[in-house]
Write a protein that binds this ligand. Structure first.
Ligand SMILES: N[C@@H](CCC(=O)N[C@@H](CS)C(=O)NCC(=O)O)C(=O)O
Length: 214
């Protein structure tokens, strides 16, 4: 399998962490959605990451659809998303809020990147910051210990861990750790695990492309 995308994308990273967690072998295509847009559109018409190219050549897009496929391949006993019942609902709801928060965090980062200084829309930025803070407050209230659903590591932890990793990297002002002690501790717990260490963004993994790459 080939995972397309760079690990500074929290969506790509949650797929990578899931692949490593399941010990599923894969290689990487680290083309950039900004620097390599033409090539990327051949993989995903939306010019977005992640994509996962399966062994047979089929291409899957969108982290949720990719992880759904990986869960199925892993089987219900190993799947990071519980198969049924209240635990499944709790995990899927946390993932929905955390991926929505990722969207908001990416929008804030891109607004600041593409519209610096006076061009920045303060109205848009503050709306996104408010939505992001609401999502983080919600996750903090629902968070167990050491994992989101207490004793069992799940996709909620993978996604919240990747969200907080991204915030620290790109929008650090939106994550005052002392306001969110539970999810902060959950994220620290995540980052110590092998699957997270193996999925850390390298210095050359930048989005948008680093200056000099167009
Ligand atoms: N819902 C998608 C979101 C993916 C996404 O927003 N990816 C960003 C990278 S963090 C991207 O490719 N953005 C480029 C663009 O939309 O132009 C998923 O879960 O995979």
């Amino acid at each position: 399998m080939i995972l397309v995308g760079q690990y500074d994308s929290p969506f790509v990273r949650r797929v990578a962490v899931t692949l490593h967690h399941y010990h599923m072998p894969f290689t990487r295509d680290t083309k950039s959605v900004f620097g390599d847009a033409k090539a990327m559109q051949k993989i995903n018409p939306l010019i977005r990451v992640p994509s996962l190219i399966l062994e047979g050549g089929e291409t899957l897009v969108d982290s949720a659809a990719i992880i759904d496929c990986l869960d199925e391949m892993a089987g219900p006993a190993r799947a990071l998303t519980p198969a049924h019942g209240p635990e499944r609902r709790k995990v899927l709801q946390a993932v929905a809020i955390a991926t929505g928060a990722m969207d908001k965090a990416v929008q804030i980062f891109l607004e600041r990147h593409f519209h610096p200084g006076k061009m920045l829309s303060r109205e848009w930025e503050s709306r996104c910051l408010k939505q992001l803070a609401g999502a983080l407050d919600h996750l903090e209230r629902g968070c167990g210990a050491p994992w989101f659903i207490d004793s069992q590591m799940s996709q909620a932890d993978v996604t919240i861990g990747c969200l907080i990793g991204y915030l620290k990297l790109r929008v650090a002002d939106a994550f005052p750790a002392n306001r969110y002690p539970r999810i902060h501790s959950l994220a620290v717990h995540c980052e110590l695990r092998e699957e997270f260490v193996k999925s850390r963004p390298g210095a050359n993994e930048t989005m948008p492309a680093a200056k000099g790459r167009s």
